[in-house]
Design a protein around this ligand. Sequence first.
Ligand code: ADP
Ligand code: MG
Length: 240
Amino acid sequence: MISVRDIHKSYGQLEVIKGVSFDVTPGEVVCVIGPSGSGKSTILRCLNGLETYQKGEVRIDGQLIDPSARSIIALRQRVSMVFQRFNLFPHRTALENVMEGPVYVKGMERKAARDLAAMYLEKVGLGDKMQNFPDNLSGGQQQRVAIARALAMEPEAILFDEPTSALDPELVGDVLGVMRQVAEEGMTMVVVTHEMGFAREVADRVLFLEGGTIVEEGTAQEVLRNPKELRTQDFLHRVL
Ligand code: ADP
Ligand code: MG
């Protein structure tokens, strides 16, 4: 579904991605872990065309992605992203935030988009908060609106960049619960996270990224419980 081959990315002289390759098969959940500054966000942004790179290729369903092309807008409909900061429109209700993409990007009629948005807000447990503005929602609820917004685009894959890092600890569980449900329903997901419990229980595969390269990859069991590489072991000691 997603194929990444030998991506190299530099900012000026600084090479931050140094030849990263991996595949994500349909319905698979891949968690990306690693220290701050290791290139996790940069890799995710390369997957949906938010970032250009000097070398390598990304394919979605076999189709080569050109981050400089107009077709990138079509790509972002197929691969949605959920950010650490929820990026909701503050002057729109939860319902309007979720309707936005289907109406303005996909050209759906407002009535149909409203029904679709309501369905996805129900799904993330916010059926009773549809008319709330972001200011009147907790951080966890706002992030669930952001997940509903991603789902409403009916994408082929969703990328999550530390979706619970900005939340108060007591709100993390609800968001992870929704993500787990989305995973169980078969969505293809790439999740950058520091939630090792989530990675252990939900990930089909874990990638450990450090210094712009994949140091180790395998099942959650392999990477999180029996890491082979010293650098993975050190990282896990620091976060667990
Ligand atoms: P992570 O998400 O793992 O914390 P990032 O992908 O955000 O790491 O960053 C990887 C490296 O790239 C870091 O050294 C960071 O400082 C650098 N970097 C990220 N974005 C930019 C940018 N726009 N300009 C210059 N350097 C950047
Ligand atoms: Mg990051």
